[in-house]
Design a protein around this ligand. Structure first.
Ligand code: B12
Length: 271
């Protein structure tokens, strides 16, 4: 017989079950047809394969995922606080809850299935949750496995920061340690930071055709100062293209933030 919990589990639970149902099914799931045989079968399987405590955590993870997808900043933060009170491992909360949400929104943005304000709000919700959970992880000494150090900035002369910040959120959500140098970041400062933090990647954004040139200057100066072999360079921003990346000798380019994660992993051999 199905337990009461079955009926409380939201569609997002299906993320954790090896069943080809995806978040896109959520809207459909909200229709009256949701309690299909498949769903009941899934939750039956689910309830019988997890202990009560894990099931409760899974419900919390699902709420976390949803808070990011819905761009609910306060909700995301409150759920993170609840995780701490309920002794949920912060790393599990990040990986099983929030990251699933931000990756879903990022993926939808890439496919033109959602728009910038939704992506920005999802990023804000993600940041609010990380701000609660990361200090706790540091305290517990359970920091996430770091895939690599990334020095990130909007290049010298340019003050656009929305895209750069989204790239930073996606990279840090997916295991990179990001040192965000903000906007109008001077090339000297970027190089200094690269040395200081042993950066594996420098990721620079440019939104102006006039400041794209500074991405080239950065690479030239890295070569001159013999830092070029030690660090990969990724470039992006609305006017930047793969051709431009090739022309200036950058190692990686992506047209969006979710692609930036893929490229960064690839550059460091994590794919
Ligand atoms: C918002 C905006 C502003 C805001 C910026 C607010 C902020 N906090 O960032 C304000 C009002 C301040 C602004 C100012 C200016 N702006 Co403006 N701005 C824009 C606008 C409308 C949107 C930019 C944006 O945020 N896009 C959304 C983000 C998510 O997209 P994105 O940045 O491209 O990032 C994505 C990808 O490119 C990629 N990505 C981004 N960075 C990186 C980095 C890496 C490493 C990787 C891999 C990927 C990656 O991932 C991101 C997420 O998917 C654009 C028009 C447009 N449609 O692009 C004009 C635009 C960029 N601005 C423009 C101009 C001219 C200016 C000003 C010079 C205007 C002026 N005369 O003062 C000033 C710039 C001053 C300066 N020194 O920088 C022009 C540039 C024209 C050109 N060819 O150079 C544009 C194209 C508008 C236009 N059509 O004329 N701007």
């Amino acid at each position: 017989m199905l337990s009461r919990l079955s009926y409380e589990i939201k569609p997002y639970s299906l993320n954790f079950i090896k069943k080809p149902l995806v978040l896109d099914d959520y809207h459909e799931a909200n229709s009256s047809n949701w309690f299909t045989h498949d769903m009941i079968e899934c939750n039956y399987f689910y309830n019988n394969s997890l202990g009560q405590e894990e099931a409760v955590h899974t419900e919390l993870y699902n709420e976390m995922t949803k808070s990011v997808i819905d761009g609910e900043v306060d909700e995301a933060k409150n759920l993170a606080l609840r995780a701490l009170v309920e002794d949920v491992d912060p790393l599990d909360a990040i990986n099983n809850g929030y990251v699933i949400g931000i990756n879903d929104v990022g993926d939808k943005f890439s496919k033109g299935q959602c728009f910038l304000p939704e992506l920005v709000m999802a990023g804000e919700a993600m940041k609010a949750a990380l701000a609660v959970l990361e200090p706790e992880m540091a305290k517990q000494g359970t920091e996430r496995k770091v895939l690599g150090n990334v020095v990130l900035a909007t290049i010298q002369g340019d003050i656009h920061d929305i895209g750069k910040t989204l790239v930073g959120i996606m990279l840090s959500s997916n295991g990179f340690r990001v040192f965000d140098m903000g906007v109008d970041a001077h090339i000297d400062a970027l190089m200094q930071k690269t040395v200081e933090v042993h950066a594996d990647i420098i990721a620079v954004s440019a939104l102006l055709t006039t400041t794209m040139i500074n991405q080239r200057t950065l690479i030239e100066q890295l070569v001159e100062s013999r830092l070029r072999e030690q660090v990969k360079v990724m470039v992006g921003g609305a006017p930047v293209t793969q051709d431009w990346a090739n022309e200036i000798g950058a190692d990686g380019y992506s047209e969006d933030a979710i692609g930036a994660v893929f490229v960064a992993k690839q550059l460091l051999g994590h794919n």
